[in-house]
Design a protein around this ligand. Structure first.
Ligand SMILES: [Zn+2]
Length: 87
């Protein structure tokens, strides 16, 4: 079994939740962020999915790769990083 959970240089893995907004933009929050529920209630977005990664940039990269494998051509511009991820 391959494991990508081993980290080098002390990078800690974290969980991020990606919510698809009505505009089609995928907004990335830290998992458990209170804004996710707020955005769900305000705009009827679904609750999204959770991805593990060392940081939000790595999450965007891994999601783009996953979409590419599904022949879905998204770019970094299809993602929006919520402020909670930059703290
Ligand atoms: Zn957030």
């Amino acid at each position: 079994m391959m494991s990508n959970k081993q980290t080098e240089g002390g990078n800690q893995m974290a969980n991020f939740t990606i919510v698809t907004m009505p505009s089609g933009i995928m907004r990335i929050h830290k998992a458990g962020c209170a804004d996710i529920k707020r955005e769900e209630m305000r705009s009827f977005v679904d609750s999204g999915w959770t991805v593990e990664g060392p940081d939000v940039d790595a999450v965007v990269t891994s999601q783009l790769e996953a979409f590419h494998h599904q022949d879905q051509q998204f770019t970094e511009n299809d993602f929006s990083v919520a402020p909670c991820c930059r703290r």
